[in-house]
Design a binder for this molecule. Structure first.
Ligand code: KE4
Length: 431
């Protein structure tokens, strides 16, 4: 029963566009009424009707430790009683900046902001200021937030709602965004050749999560690094999703490739609004007030968000859950493939670390075009079959599932049992 969610959604639709404060939450890609939640502990969610679900969204990535982790709650409780914001510098921000620059080798200086969009917009702006150039390269299917420059052939909610380019973006802005094909280095080389001396930066999700999980090949990323260096363009790794998700050093550590700038978010806020951009000192010294590239934010470095982020990152450092997370996600990926095969359901599962996406296509899925070959109707049926069995998946084929520390073996086993039943019902429906 979802009586309360239905009533809340009706009310929401009268006063909030689409009834949601972020489009991907609206179930546009799967149909039905979005679930309104009220509580979360570990990987268990409770909705407005008291229904319980195992959570594979994790607020789109932040809750790698699970919801209401005791260290994070203690840090928030302590900070809450002291102060929630000053609009002035605090010790916490220094400790966060020192922790981030200590953990990420290429990160010499960092600026905290409040969302991934702010981080990517700011990184592109400082790259333009540093190079004196205007054009940027992004990759089809990657999503870097809702900054104008990025709403061109973008992923995540834009793919889900079938609007990869957004109205409201000026022709001038669109003309400055060049789009290359993910994992196709020739498409990048061509852009550099035909826009010689005009490209300020290339921004990429080193492991794409916003067309579903599609990792870059090591060779592609290495050649992208070389091309940016050769052409004097700034290489920006957008690790808002992958930072501290796939490894403590992010995707840059996994691939051993150094970007010039990196953007971070999600996990560094521990579920509260915090994000960051940073990189080489000579670039970041261009940022106001020390430099002339302006960027600001009333709640940047907010004490509550930074306290939650610090507690999350310090717990990850102390407990190093990455091997166990990789194992759990691997069990889930393998089990989903086996369950689908038993029911002759075409399925390809891409998994890196604790991020994975089951694509309803025979695969392989190595490019945006491959991802787009997925049967989104089959995904939607699977989504609802799992929801009915108490498992909350990302409501879109083009998103990543996130495995967290409390996804223990028995939770994974229960998920696979439900998936087997869902595939069986799917196969039965299709005869
Ligand atoms: P935010 O502005 O939503 O905090 O971050 C934008 C962003 C930037 N870069 C990457 C790689 C991202 O994944 C995101 C945001 N991710 C989506 C989920 N795929 C957020 C969910 C939503 O839009 O509601």
């Amino acid at each position: 029963m979802h009586t309360s969610s239905t009533e809340l959604f009706d009310r929401a639709c009268r006063v909030i566009p689409g009834g949601v404060n972020s489009p991907v939450r609206a179930f546009g890609g799967v149909g039905g009424v979005p679930i309104f939640f009220e509580e979360a502990h570990g990987v268990m969610l409770v909705d407005a009707d008291g229904n319980r679900y195992v959570d594979y969204v994790g607020s789109w990535g932040p809750f790698i430790l699970g919801h209401a982790n005791e260290n994070v709650v203690a840090a928030l409780r302590n900070q809450l009683e002291r102060a929630t914001s000053f609009g002035a510098p605090t010790r916490l921000e220094v400790e966060m900046a020192e922790l981030l620059t200590g953990l990420l080798p290429g990160l010499e200086m960092v600026r905290l902001v409040s969302s991934g969009t702010e981080a990517t917009m700011s990184a592109v702006r400082v790259a333009r200021g540093y190079t004196g150039r205007e054009k940027i390269i992004k990759f089809e299917g990657c999503y870097h937030g809702h900054g104008d420059s990025f709403l061109i052939k973008a992923g995540s909610g834009m793919l889900t709602h079938g609007a990869p380019n957004s109205p409201g973006v000026t022709a001038g802005t669109a003309a400055s965004t060049l789009v290359a094909e993910y994992n196709n280095i020739e498409s990048v080389r061509e852009l550099f050749t035909s826009n010689a001396g005009e490209i300020a930066a290339a921004i990429i999700e080193p492991i794409a999560g916003n067309m579903g999980v599609v990792p870059a090949t090591p060779a592609f990323l290495a050649e992208l690094r070389s091309l940016c260096t050769a052409h004097g363009a700034v290489l920006i790794f957008d690790e808002v999703m992958t930072g501290f998700r796939v490894a403590l050093g992010g995707a840059a550590a996994l691939y051993d490739i150094q970007p010039d700038l990196v953007t971070l978010g999600k996990i560094i806020g521990g579920g509260l609004p915090a994000a960051a951009y940073g990189g080489r000192r000579e670039i970041m010294n261009l940022v106001s007030p020390v430099g002339s590239v302006y960027q600001a934010g009333t709640l940047s470095g907010n004490p509550l968000a930074v306290a939650a982020g610090l507690a999350t990152l310090r717990t990850l450092q102390q407990e190093n859950p990455y091997p166990a997370l990789e194992r759990a996600a691997g069990l889930l990926a393998t089990g989903l493939k086996e369950a689908a095969a038993e029911c002759s359901v075409p399925l390809t599962v891409n998994q890196t670390g604790s991020m994975l996406t089951p694509f309803f296509t025979s695969g392989p899925v190595r490019t945006f075009r491959d991802a787009m070959s997925s049967d989104t109707s089959a995904f939607a049926r699977f989504f609802h079959a799992m929801l009915d069995r108490g498992f909350y998946l990302p409501p879109s084929q083009y998103e990543a599932w996130f495995v967290a520390v409390p996804h223990t073996d028995n939770v994974i086993d229960a998920t696979l049992a439900a998936a087997k039943a869902a595939f069986a019902s799917h196969a039965a429906e299709n005869g």
